[in-house]
Design a protein around this ligand. Structure first.
Ligand SMILES: NC(=O)CCC(=O)C(=O)O
Length: 258
């Protein structure tokens, strides 16, 4: 049988060096864990207030949660989705762009349901300090799960998967993934190869897999690749059909989570 992975020619030089920290200058990052409701305007107000408070505390890079303008439910995604190419019809993107520009910060805009030519995507928009859209990451690994008696969810019923990694250069070199993307080490390894210092994963893990894996996978991605990992989740909400785990976290290459 052919070897899937030839390790014979790998040397110490191929391993991430734990004595060489990512080469970025110090800055403050805010993980804006938000409580999400079914009222889109209220979600936008909360996000905008949280951004302002974070800036007042010195944040230069802000991360919002996965699906923060909309409840995390297949019943809502299409209804709350916006066409990002039509700013007049996209109050969420307008708010993010204005906030980034008026505060002079970078916003990793969590994720939002996006309409594009009749397809729906789970998309993260990144805005620079000039308020311009720097990049867009469409969730690559859609979350389909069925554990009888625990949880059943099928993102692929509504969303189309993205197929591109996303890197932006701002306060450092940042790689983007969305929630379930964190479970796939290949994406993080590709980011390391391309010189990423910090991977931001807006996420909405659920209570079942959250308890088992949320912290573990963040530390694994950080230590495997010797970079920082930041996650931002909606806050715990047990009233809907999907109970989010919460626990937004920042992990350093060798540190415990904070
Ligand atoms: N929204 C998601 O992608 C959830 C991912 C998750 O909970 C997992 O276990 O993976």
């Amino acid at each position: 049988m052919a070897a899937l992975w030839n390790t014979r020619n790998l040397t110490m030089a191929d391993a991430p060096n734990p004595f060489q920290l990512p080469n970025i200058t110090k800055f403050k990052i805010a993980l804006c864990q938000l409580s999400i409701t079914s009222d889109k305007n209220q979600n936008l107000d909360r996000a905008s207030r949280s951004i302002r408070l974070s800036v007042e505390q010195g944040a230069k890079l802000l991360v919002l949660p996965e699906m923060w303008n909309c409840p995390y439910s297949s019943d809502y995604f299409a209804k709350y989705a916006e066409d990002f190419d039509n700013r007049d019809a996209s109050p969420t993107l307008s708010m993010l762009s204005e906030a980034a520009c008026c505060h002079g910060i970078t916003i990793i805009g969590g994720s939002l349901p996006e309409w594009d030519h009749g397809r729906l995507y789970n998309t993260c928009c990144i805005f620079g300090p000039d308020g311009r859209l720097k990049a867009k990451h469409r969730k690559i690994h859609l979350f389909d799960i069925d554990i009888p008696g625990e949880i059943s969810f099928k993102e692929s019923d509504t969303f189309t998967a993205g197929d591109q990694p996303t890197i932006v250069d701002t306060v450092g070199r940042i790689g983007i993934g969305i929630c379930h993307d964190i479970r796939f080490p290949e994406l993080a390894a590709l980011y390391r190869k391309r010189g990423v210092d910090i991977i931001c994963y807006p996420g909405a893990f659920n209570v079942s897999t959250g308890e088992l894996l949320w912290e573990l996978v963040q530390r694994a991605r950080a230590v495997d690749n010797q970079l920082f990992v930041a996650t931002c989740s909606p806050s715990r909400n047990s009233t809907g059909s999907y109970t989010t785990w919460g626990h937004s976290t920042l992990v350093g290459p060798k540190e415990s989570p904070t």
